[in-house]
Design a protein around this ligand. Structure first.
Ligand code: EPU
Length: 431
């Protein structure tokens, strides 16, 4: 089945500094686990500030396929999972995005079994799942894997002390959701601390779960027998906010970014200031400008509160505009420099050494034909295209649709010149 928007292209005319104001949408990586958490409740979960992106639509379809009643309206999604009897999510939809894995813990804890296709998603590394499975086994589940995917079963889950090898984000979320409905106390050590993990815990607590410590590396969950209907507002997307901040900085512009939690972006704003950007913070807004020359600043990705790997490609694009050489290291994923080859086509000077990219900033960028390979690489190419001389044509933009709500419209609102061409309608000879 072709993905919506497949074949569409973006025409980007570079050179205009981004100016004005832009509003941040709700977080993709917060909304998706919360939608899965609806399976745990004995009443409807109403989520507000849900971003209008393809991954949310895919999760709606996955939940409907299980039998849930799902309604979407103007930024809200209401999910009533009481009619759910099926425990095998649709395999084609499941393979479309990584976040289908988030159905594992909730289906197991609420329905006693689950068969999940091996999740797809961005091709950025091995993306192992053994921490999810070991954690569920420690809680009493029988888990097997075969060529179809993952199968788990448990009459009742029980509390356990789960010591994660590494702070996996969706792993922590799966175990948090499962533990909320298990018998007894679960302790998750070396837990992920990302803002979306905290937001999931807030949503579950509003549903009646007993959770403490989210946002730290040790989360304690006292299981309860039922969770109830609730209304929850999804936290702002700090990855989208960081993407705009870097686009404004790269273009030499000056803009106000609104409706975000500045505290989620601590390390990113620190790097931007070091790189000579002016950043003013007001809690839920920030103003960023880059009055002079950008300075090259090294960066290594790290789990939160470190620099988010989901902003690394955009940071590489930014550093192509800086004076001097920067070294950008990717500590989380084995294969997250696929944007580099595309950036080189624009004229960027970047060499890869293992898990590090060495960027020689300042090389002139000229428009070229590029292709998105995943959500965040796509965002990096848009940023670079906005800084290049002439026109850049970007294909495979359906990757952007998966994670960014209205990206082209929001950037146009900041004065960018870009246009989306459906399917084969782009002018011939373009690029
Ligand atoms: N890992 C293991 N074993 C596991 C789980 C993870 O070795 O059992 C490794 C992975 O192979 C990877 C690293 O740990 O090398 C980090 O993986 P993690 O599990 O934390 O990532 P994820 O949960 O699959 C989420 C986001 C990603 C984001 C990462 C890191 C969602 C739906 N996805 O993925 O977001 O890059 O955390 O912050 O929350 C995106 O939004 O573009 C995106 C890719």
């Amino acid at each position: 089945m072709p993905e919506p928007g497949a074949g569409d292209r973006l025409e980007i005319v570079g050179g205009a500094p981004l100016r004005g104001r832009v509003t941040v949408s709700g977080s993709k990586n917060a909304a998706l686990p919360q939608m899965a958490a609806a399976l745990l409740a004995d009443g409807p979960l109403r989520l507000e500030n849900v971003p209008a992106i393809e991954d949310v639509e895919t999760m709606c379809r996955l939940l409907r396929g299980l039998g849930a009643l799902v309604e979407r309206s103007q930024g809200a999604v209401e999910i009533d999972a009481r009619p759910v009897t099926r425990t095998e999510p649709d395999s084609q939809l499941g393979r479309r995005m990584r976040a289908s894995l988030l159905l594992l813990g909730p289906l197991l804890a609420s329905r006693g079994s689950v068969s999940l296709p091996l999740p797809g998603g961005d091709d950025i590394g091995l993306r192992r799942v053994e921490q999810h499975l070991e954690g569920l086994r420690a809680m009493g589940a029988q888990v097997t894997e075969d060529e179809y995917g993952i199968h788990a079963r448990a009459e009742r889950l029980h509390g356990a002390h789960i010591q994660l090898d590494l702070p996996t984000v969706t792993g922590t979320e799966n175990l948090l959701m499962a533990a909320s409905r298990a018998d007894g106390i679960t302790v998750i050590s070396n837990a992920a601390r990302e803002p979306h993990v905290v937001d999931l815990a807030l949503c579950l607590r509003a549903m009646g779960a007993r959770i403490s410590g989210a946002g730290g590396d040790r989360i304690v969950v006292e299981g309860v027998s039922r969770l109830h209907a609730v209304r929850h507002r999804v936290r702002a997307d700090y990855i989208e906010a960081g993407t705009f901040a870097m686009a404004v900085a790269a273009s030499g512009g000056d803009a106000l970014i609104e409706e975000l939690e500045c505290s989620d972006l601590g390390q990113v704003l620190h790097k931007l200031r070091w790189a000579n950007c002016e950043v003013e913070e007001g809690g839920t807004w920030l103003r960023i400008s880059r009055p002079g020359q950008l300075r090259a600043v090294d960066m290594t990705t790290w789990p939160h509160p470190g620099f988010a790997t989901d902003l690394q490609p955009q940071y590489v694009a930014l550093m192509t505009r800086a004076e001097g050489q920067s070294v950008i290291s990717e500590a989380l994923f084995e294969n997250r420099f696929r944007h580099v080859e595309q950036l080189r086509r624009l004229g960027a000077e970047i060499r890869i050494h293992g898990r590090s990219a060495m960027v020689q900033g300042g090389a002139p960028l000229r428009g070229a034909e590029l292709a998105c390979t995943d959500i965040r690489s796509g965002a990096a190419l848009v940023i670079a295209g906005l800084c290049a001389e002439g026109t850049t044509w970007l294909s495979n933009v359906e990757h952007l649709d998966r994670g960014y709500a209205d990206l082209a419209r929001k950037l146009a609102g900041l004065g960018a010149t870009l246009r989306r061409w459906p399917g084969d309608t782009a002018p011939t000879g373009a690029g």
